[in-house]
Design a binder for this molecule. Structure first.
Ligand code: CP
Length: 304
């Protein structure tokens, strides 16, 4: 693996290797590249966690981070994504992290770009590093994935997190089901069944909540916050019916009292801030792997 574009790029052995590296970083191990290296983070959609944790990971690995803001770049003068990334490569950037609202934006880049691309989220497509940090958090809790019941609840159709996690978790032997508004579930999520909300919560080892992605709904909001919370949110009453030992996850950003009750966000069962902490170590592991592998010339292998 040079690029990391989708979870389909990774075998179970690759995933386990990344989780082991992340654990080593979490335990205090360090790694540094044989020469000075530079990273650029190109975010065409808003981000707090992914952008800042990539930057934290890059700095912890000793990389120089080249400041880049889409709003003040020559993208505003009509420069294309390809020309932007090719320019950064020409300047000496060794690795680019990209988030873009266009699904599969990377397909035009991979054949012609000579630095590793790490996908920080492509539209409704994939969010591989979020999935890896979710896997890391689940593994820390349960030790393995086999036979675990994972319930993903919310705006499934628009969720790159749901898509990446469905693929990865089923490959690793977990049982994934989906819940939330039935109209926000579709048959492209073929590896898991739709289950009514109360049943889905009661049977879960992991309740994974998702934000309503209003930005992908073309302004049509069919639920008020109160209606959504009552019908599909993790209310205090629903949480009381979760299994002993089960946990709550959410990729965040969170809308408190919509998909999750305010008082549950930092409750005993919640691992939401643990996920964020783990994201730094996962991204360190992913960057290390990408830079090590790019040396052996895998950049033009197609990965999607
Ligand atoms: N989980 C996640 O991708 O958060 P950001 O949108 O803040 O990066």
């Amino acid at each position: 693996m040079c690029h990391l574009l989708t979870m389909a790029n990774l075998t179970n052995a690759d995933i386990n290797e990344i989780l082991l590296d992340a654990q080593m970083f979490k335990n205090g191990s360090t790694w540094s590249s044989p020469k000075k290296m530079y990273a650029a983070n190109l975010f065409f959609e808003p981000s707090t966690r992914t952008k800042c944790s990539f930057e934290m990971a890059e700095r912890k690995l000793g990389l120089e981070v080249i400041p880049f803001e889409t709003s003040t770049s020559s993208l505003q003068k009509g420069e294309t994504l390809y020309d932007t990334v090719k320019t950064l490569e020409s300047l000496g950037v060794n690795l680019a992290v990209i988030r873009h609202n266009q699904e599969h934006y990377y397909k035009e880049l991979i054949p012609k770009i000579n630095i590793p691309i790490i996908n920080g989220g492509d539209g409704c497509g994939q969010h591989p590093t979020q999935s890896l940090l979710d896997l890391f958090t689940i593994k820390q809790e349960f030790g393995s994935f086999s036979g675990l019941n994972i319930t993903i609840i919310g705006d499934i159709s628009h969720s790159r997190v749901a898509r990446s996690n469905m693929e990865a978790l089923t490959k690793l032997g977990a049982n994934v089901v989906f819940s939330g508004p039935p109209e926000w579930f579709d048959n492209t999520f073929s590896l898991g069944n739709y289950v009514p909300i109360n049943q889905a919560i009661e049977q879960a080892d992991v309740v994974m909540l998702l934000r309503i992605q209003h930005e992908r709904h073309q302004g049509q909001s069919t639920y008020t916050s109160k209606q959504y919370h009552e019908q599909y949110g993790l209310t205090v009453e629903r949480e009381s019916r979760m299994k002993n030992g089960s946990i709550i996850m959410h990729p965040a950003p969170i809308n408190r009292n919509v998909e999750i009750a305010d008082e549950l966000v930092e409750s005993d069962k919640s691992r939401i801030f643990k996920q964020m902490e783990n994201g730094v170590y996962i991204r360190m592991a992913v960057i290390k792997r990408a830079l090590e592998n790019s040396v052996r010339g895998c950049l033009h292998e197609l990965h999607y």
